[in-house]
Write a protein that binds this ligand. Sequence first.
Ligand code: F6R
Length: 240
Amino acid sequence: AEVVIVESADAAGALVAAEILRLIGENPRTVLGLATGSTPLPVYRALREKTAGVDLSGIRGFALDEYVGLAPDHPESYASVIGREVVEPLGLDPSLVHVPDGDPARIAVAGEEYERAIEDAGGVDLQILGIGTDGHLGFNEPGSSFASRTRVKTLTAQTRRDNARFFPSPDDVPRHCITQGLGTILRARHLVLLAFGGGKAAAVAGAVEGPLTASLPASAIQLHPHATVVVDEAAASQLR
Ligand code: F6R
C-alpha cells in the first residue's frame, strides 16, 4: 500500500475529499464505500465544505456494516449514523445510499442481497476504511477469511468496549453485526484506509507491513493493487 503521513485528521479529510471530488467530476454517479465510526468524520466534513453548490444527488453509497438487532431508526444504528453524518449534510439521495440490513429476521438473505446490490451498482469506486485497534476492517474481526462476503459476525469483546462510548452502557452494545467481507472490500477499485492516534499504531503497522494474516484482517489490503493508507504521525509511529 501507499502510505501518506499527514499532519492532522483534518489534513487527511481534505486530501481524501479532494480525491472523491475528482472522481465525482469524472462520474457524477460515483459509487462510494462508506465507513462509520470516528475516523471518517473529517472526510465527510471536508466533503461538505468542498461540495457546497455541487450536485451530489447521483452519488451512490454502500456502508460497510451494521449492527444486528438495532432498529434502523435507533440513533446508533449505522443506518441512522450514515443518514445523519453523510446523506443529510451532503444532500445525497437516501434511496441511493445502502446499509446492510441488520434485521435479525433477515440475516439469512441480507448478505447475498447486499452483495448483489453492490454488483448491480457496478462495484465500489472508492472505499473509505477505518481500522479497529484489533486490526479489524469493517467488522471483520481477527480470523475472518480474506475471501469472505457480506455476512453476520460476532463482535469481539475489544470492539464492544471500543464502541461502548456510543451507547448508554457497555451492555447495550450489540453482540452481532452484518459486515461486508474482506473479499467484498477487496473488490472495490480503490481502498483508502485512514487511522489517527497512537491507539491505532500497532494495527496500522500490521496492516501495512504484514505478515498477511487473518489474525490481522486489515493486512488484506496488501492484496489490493490500489490501496492508500492515510495516517497521522501517531498512527504511523510503529511503521518501520
Ligand atoms: C465502521 C467500521 C469499523 C471502524 C473501526 C474504527 O464502519 O467498519 O471498522 O472503522 O472500528 O472505528 P473508529 O473510527 O471509531 O476508531
